[in-house]
Write a protein that binds this ligand. Sequence first.
Ligand code: NAD
Length: 411
Amino acid sequence: MPTVGILGAGAMGAGIAQVASTAQWRVRLIDVDLPTCEAAKQSIAKRLARNVEKNRMSQSEADAAFANILPSTHEDVSDCDLFIEAIVEDLNIKVSALKPILARLGTEAIIATNTSSLSVSDLGERIGAADRTCGMHFFNPAPIMKLVEVVRGNATQPSVLDRVSSIARDWNKQVAQCADTPGFIVNRVARPYYLEAFRCLEDGLADPAAIDDAMKTIGGFRMGPFELTDFIGHDVNTATTRSIWEQWNRPSRLAPVAIQEQLVSDGTLGRKTGCGVYDWSGEQPVCVLRPPQDAATGVSNLDDIAIRFCEAATANPESIARCSDRQRVIFTRILAAIINEAAWAAHDGVATEADIDIAMQAGVNYPHGLFNWSRDIGSDLVVMTLSALNATTDDGRFIPPLIDSGEHGSP
Ligand code: NAD
């Protein structure tokens, strides 16, 4: 039986252990001590039992998966084919934790990191195994979310990426390969979904509930940007924005928005504190954040292009009449912004168009891949729309890569 070592039995490590053990891999689960690993194994047992109750797996499959997980220590890793680290997001701590393990791992074993924001290349270099180190970026909760971003460090051997991609597929995941760049694919390309929504609010176009409604009704997104950021937590969401914005040299497309940062300063972080953009304390969420009183409204010069863009983009044509003019403009701004970010990511060499499309559908449940969506809308109409949107701002955030002079955000 193939064996994976997993360092870190927290939210991600335990989730990955469940995924691998269910796919009939032996899992050596390691944390600061054995009782912590045992506790994680018991929490996995509860999730396996729920899967049996819901007929997602048989009792014997759950028993086998449970038996495949072996709480282990650093001493036990010599039989691991793959070793995944999922401990705290700190490069120095990851390096010091991995070095003694590397001394005991087989020389052919692949090392993968689940980091969301650190450089895979730096980690590989600092542990002295850059050629066999890559990223294996799972999403939370790992047993449910379908995507794994397989991240190519500067020195990672292609055979390592092929092998890890094939393992992830055997573990029933979809794979998007990408370069070792800030935010990889999903965390970067999804940024304008949140940021442009906050900018629409800042511009006084509508209240958050109407913005969420536009994205769900016209676009078929499962959650609107404000529901989603309340769910993620505004502290986590703004920290990711800042980190990616800084690392990509502060392009206006990825710039933080003051209203969201104010939510963090006020401690209204979303569902986890009971209140964010919505108040979550009652049975139904109640929208409590309003557009600023001094917001400059009025975008009527976009009405015509927004109608054309929405008609071409929607799978739900009745939604066009049901939504207000402003909601159509909002939808146009937000979808055009994420399509543009996907184009920038491909332009910057982050990943292929096909892999970006897989990542956004499997990683954040977008209803379509953004390149496919853009082709369905029509590339000419998308470019015309970006140009019309660009004429309404002075920050250049809607400029697409092919007509850019190079001043708008390449690293
Ligand atoms: P977590 O805090 O839930 O778990 C971390 C675990 O690592 C803890 O059990 C801790 O005891 C253990 N640990 C810490 N230092 C250790 C050491 N030196 N040796 C052994 N064990 C040690 O964290 P998490 O949310 O599971 O995140 C883990 C990694 O996954 C991070 O790199 C994070 O950025 C990344 N990630 C997190 C998410 C998410 O949504 N939580 C999503 C994708 C990636």
